[in-house]
Design a protein around this ligand. Structure first.
Ligand SMILES: Nc1ncnc2c1ncn2[C@@H]1O[C@H](COP(=O)(O)OP(=O)(O)OP(=O)(O)O)[C@@H](O)[C@H]1O
Length: 269
């Protein structure tokens, strides 16, 4: 099933800046898709249009093959934008985490279960009673992400989910996203960081500021140094290190495997 079908999207900000123009993208249930591009390429704008937070000037976005009204599917589709203050507006972190599931009229016990689980996974347990404005920048990012996750949506759109987050929490977020994907959640993640992409996505939609420069398997796009250079990006370090090998390892784990058994590497797919 196509969970998102967007066609002919165009959006210009009120000051006239054209952020996306002529964008067509279809996301199928269960996919892990990265929206990748340099600063200013239009990733955040596209993510917000796909998530129904911003109305496009032209074009349409259809959800679950049934509606163009994002608000009608808020229980199945959740967006975390780059600005944590969009999600953190209650007196405490705990109340922010409970806000989304509270809107779904779930029983209190179920809301508590979700908040406990996500707070534990994203290292927020000790911060639950704090006012969100007293959190550090990275803590705010984690709290905002957590508030999108407690909705337990079928489709999760995340704008740069690990920016400003320390290494241990980055790893925790990446692992949690893998688990959500394995459980069937569709993931759409925007990032300018090519290092992150192979860990969170099987498909890359590459934006270059003029529109979609490429849309294909992560392995194909992330190993095309010329294509990435055209978009002011570089392949992940491991890809650069093993550039002459075939198939090129995409992650540190694949590279380790390659070094262990150089003549016998799986293609990692
Ligand atoms: N509120 C705004 N008003 C005017 N122009 C804007 C606004 N927000 C973004 N833009 C412009 O729209 C274009 C796309 O911005 P967008 O934030 O979507 O890019 P991005 O790929 O997410 O960048 P980054 O990696 O820096 O987050 C850029 O040229 C940007 O300057």
């Amino acid at each position: 099933m196509n969970v998102i079908e967007a066609s002919g999207l165009r959006y210009a900000y009120p000051d006239g800046t054209l952020a996306i123009d002529g964008v067509d993208v279809t996301i199928e249930a269960g996919e892990r898709v990265a929206l990748v591009g340099p600063n200013g390429a239009g990733k955040s704008t596209l993510l917000q249009v796909l998530g129904g937070l911003v109305e496009p000037d032209s074009g349409t976005v259809r959800y679950f093959e049934e509606t163009e009204d994002a608000d009608a599917v808020r229980d199945r589709l959740s967006v975390a934008t780059q600005d944590p203050s969009d999600y953190l507006f209650n007196p405490t972190v705990e109340e922010d985490l409970a806000y989304g599931p509270g809107q779904l009229s779930l029983p209190r016990s179920e809301i508590d279960r979700r908040v406990d689980r996500i707070a534990e996974r994203l290292d927020l347990a000790d911060l639950r009673s704090k006012p969100p404005f007293r959190l550090s920048g990275g803590e705010k990012r984690r709290a905002a992400l957590a508030s999108a996750l407690t909705v337990e949506p079928d489709v999760l759109l995340l704008d740069e989910p690990v920016s400003n987050v320390d290494a241990a929490n980055r790893a925790a977020i990446v692992e949690l996203l893998s688990e959500l994907s394995a459980a069937g959640t569709t993931l759409v993640i925007s990032t300018p960081e090519t290092e992150l992409v192979p860990r969170v996505a099987d498909r890359v939609v590459l934006l270059d500021g003029d529109g979609i420069a490429a849309d294909g398997p992560t392995r194909e796009v992330m190993t095309d140094a010329a294509l990435l250079a055209d978009c002011d990006l570089r392949p992940p370090q491991v890809v650069r290190l093993f550039a002459d090998e075939e198939p090129v390892p995409l992650t540190v784990e694949e590279a380790k495997e390659r070094l262990r058994s150089p003549d016998d590497i799986s293609d990692g797919e």
